[in-house]
Design a protein. Structure first.
Length: 255
């Protein structure tokens, strides 16, 4: 485990548009801030700028709500067009009450509104844009890592993060949607505790922990710092991507 861990917001990331070279933008911001990537570093990158660079925008004016979307919109008091997008990105609706729509996203996440968001999305040209999650956040993380290796000579761990609510807890916390070059989940079953007892169920959500720490310097609103440099987060566990963090439906204890 790391002995000294630091989180530093990377300033200077410009507004991101579809098709932008995100590794180049991040590398330039790092250089401008005087930071140099070193082996063992990791970067936590907000899902929003990843989705923007991948063109995951939908103009709500182009969306026609289905009967199911209209039904759920009446229950949740949400825009029926937005509900239609949520349905298109989801495998199952788990809960629909006023102002709340919880679904199982097509990638397995249980989340509000399938992660679709309109905050910090520019619609000043009259469009009514909503932003979807990346098609495959693990692949997005791997692409970012490869691009940074090409540009800097160092391949950092990369986490694509998003803010999540949690059952029975108020507030949101950053978690890892995608990861590359680090152990997203560390299995400690079979090890022993301080008193020699065998650990039976302990698995550490390593990437979620790093994403949560990074959120403290990245912010959640108008801070404009969607990337954080994590230093000192070394671990010798096998690399595994963020899909390992998604609990299988067969183990869903709330169904």
């Amino acid at each position: 485990m790391a002995q000294a861990l630091s989180f530093t917001a990377v300033a200077g990331i410009p507004a991101v548009a579809p098709g932008d070279d995100l590794p180049a933008l991040i590398a330039a911001a790092l250089a401008q801030s005087g930071s140099t990537l070193t082996e063992g570093d990791a970067l936590v990158v907000a899902q929003k700028i990843v989705s923007k660079s991948e063109g995951r925008f939908i103009d709500l004016r182009t969306v026609t709500p289905s009967a199911r979307a209209l039904e759920l919109a009446a229950i949740t008091r949400k825009d029926a067009r937005l509900v239609e997008l949520v349905l298109s990105e989801s495998n199952e609706v788990l809960r629909a009450v006023p102002h709340v729509l919880i679904v199982r996203h097509r990638l397995g996440y249980v989340m509000a509104n399938a992660g679709i968001d309109r905050s910090n999305v520019d619609s000043r040209d009259g469009a009514e844009r909503a932003l979807l999650l990346p098609v495959d956040p693990d692949t997005s993380a791997a692409r970012l890592r490869a691009g940074l290796r090409t540009l800097t000579g160092v391949a950092p761990g990369v986490i694509v993060s998003d803010s999540f609510g949690r059952p029975w807890r108020n507030g949101v916390i950053n978690i890892a949607l995608g990861a590359a070059g680090l152990p997203a989940l560390i299995d400690r079953r079979g090890e022993t505790d301080l008193y020699g007892r065998r650990l039976e169920v302990t698995q550490v959500a390593w990437a979620d922990g790093l994403a949560a720490g990074a959120a403290l310097v990245m912010g959640e609103g108008a801070e404009g710092t969607p990337v954080a440099l994590v230093r000192g987060a070394r671990h010798d566990a096998p690399e595994v991507n963020a899909q390992a963090l998604v609990r299988p439906i067969a183990e869903d204890l709330f169904r």
